[in-house]
Write a new protein. Sequence first.
Length: 281
Amino acid sequence: MIRVISKVREMQGASVAARARGQEVVLVPTMGFLHDGHRELLRRGRALGDLLVLSVFVNPAQFGPKEDLGAYPRDLEGDLKMAAEEGVDIAFVPTAGEMYPEGYQSYVDVEELSRHLCGASRPGHFRGVATVVLKLLNTVLPHKAVFGRKDFQQLRVIERMVEDLDMPVEIIGVETVREGDGLAMSSRNSYLSADERRAASVIPAALKEAREAAAGGERDCRVIVEKVKKIIEKERLAVIDYIKVSSGATLEEIDRIEGDALLFLAVKIGRARLIDNLRLA
């Protein structure tokens, strides 16, 4: 039976008690509307420790004024069902008022890593991400926390914050889980109509082209970006936000593939803004 907790102090108390018993606490933070990608995170978390905590919180601090906070898909009953299937011990499900009580004014800004890619397209987004993750880590007090690599920039921002602030938690990254046609699983995929879902297959097709170009010896990032761009632009429903090849360490855009390099893209199809990445070297 999953224990559902909505209060910060109660969650902290449960974790302190577990730690006192010598248990390893593992956190899987989510915004809910769980899918099989989240299931993989929960399975990894279950294997890593003794007390598995799933957090479900749609964080208003990471949404811009014209973004989809109100429309973001929610299904707490379904989330708790999946959590039970995967052996979750505690579901931490706070309200916005619990996380950001009246008078709240403290935020975390991971400056350099937040400037690039989605940070340029969504000002303030990673300020909200870093803040809520710090609060979740301080509330759940985990030994380990598990995140997906689909949101690679988010993962790097969190890793940097944890390192910079000397936090005693290990951040675990899990590879992206994909649909049958290669599209990365995402809660926002639910926004797609049947036609839009078919159009979204252009994203894995473009990543495949980039993978093959890099494997064939192409090292000029502009050439790879152009190959990807041409494929996506053929789809009339797809609107490119960005396509970049960047350093995996700094997220700064690079000209040539030399060492750690990833292709990053964000594409809008209908109401859905879909992101993905591919390691090139």
